[in-house]
Write a protein of this length. Structure first.
Length: 311
């Protein structure tokens, strides 16, 4: 059965360095090509946490070393990350498709996402970006570059930036047209470039939007059948990291809402994925969301892996 699928790629699909990313997307391309070979229409979104943090840190350091260099806005860093991640994904995917005898256009659309300039989140940095650090490294980064640093879900310290809610996807019509023409589209990378409207102009905002939230919005706007969130774990778990830990094969939105209220999902990792999945499924009758491990994408689509979220 042919489905329209929005595939949201997590950090494990991209690696953490240029070389790691180049190698990682080759594996990612195989998983996505499997879905396309089965006859599905696929739209791809992706994270950019490590990448945008690296770009922004490099630009900030350059400014400190040379006062004549203008500071690069965070929104521009997001745009840079979209372009170079999309470049790697589209090349790897096109190569994989052609090796299977599938001739299909693959293109990246650099995507802006409108936010509310009065969103309170803009004054409360919570979104982690960049690499994990020790407490000592984080303190040094704060002193050197002035970044706000926080501990991230027990995994180390990272820089945090504002994360406003998305209002709308600026290039949605272009994405729709490309999908209708049969292209595999890579878009909304890193949650999109945050912008606010000033007349007819879209002005960048210093923030990073949650990519799972935007992926759910995109899937809703495209009236997709499935939102497939690919991450580093094979299934969603409740009572995580306790003797009562168990995998969830399938849950209704009502069950998911209850698990969220009970605090089963970590804010910095699984919670936004489950919330995005629930939000997408609630807005349509026959929709389904799946959270699964990258290499199990094909099996997850057939219900043999991952966690399904249904009405």
């Amino acid at each position: 059965m042919k489905n329209k699928i929005v595939v949201a790629l997590g950090g494990n699909a991209l690696g953490k360095t240029l070389h790691e990313q180049f190698m990682a997307v080759k594996v990612t391309a195989k998983a996505i090509a499997d879905l396309i070979e089965d006859g599905n229409d696929v739209v791809i979104t992706h994270g950019n946490g490590p990448q945008v943090g690296t770009i922004d840190s490099a630009m900030a350091a350059l400014c400190r070393e040379d006062s004549s260099v203008e500071r690069t806005p965070l929104s521009v860093c997001v745009a840079m990350s979209q372009a170079y991640i999309g470049y790697d994904i589209q090349n790897a995917l096109r190569e994989e498709l052609l090796s299977r005898g599938i001739k299909k256009p693959v293109a990246t659309i650099v995507t802006q996402v409108l936010v509310d300039g009065n969103d309170p989140a803009l004054k409360d940095p919570t979104k982690p970006i960049g690499k994990f650090m020790t407490a000592e490294q984080a303190q040094a980064e704060h002193e050197r570059l002035g970044f706000e640093m926080r501990e991230d879900a027990g995994r180390g310290w990272r820089r945090v930036v504002p994360s406003p809610k998305p209002v709308s996807i600026v290039e949605l019509d272009a994405i729709r047209a490309s999908v209708s023409d049969g292209s595999v589209v890579i878009c909304c990378g890193g949650g999109g470039i945050p912008v606010r409207k000033v007349g007819h102009f879209h002005k960048g905002v210093g923030a990073v939007i949650d990519k799972d939230n935007v992926s759910a919005m995109l899937a809703d706007n495209l009236d997709a059948d499935i939102l497939l969130i690919l991450t580093a774990v094979d299934k969603v778990k409740v009572n995580f990291n306790t003797p009562d830990e168990r995998d969830i094969d399938c849950m209704t939105v009502a069950q998911a809402d209850r698990y969220i209220a009970e605090g089963h999902f970590a804010k910095g990792s699984m919670l936004p994925k489950v919330e995005a999945a629930v939000g997408f499924v609630k807005k349509g009758k026959n929709r389904k969301a799946i959270i699964a491990e990258l290499n199990s994408a094909g099996k997850a689509l057939h219900g043999d892996s991952g966690t399904q979220i249904v009405n």
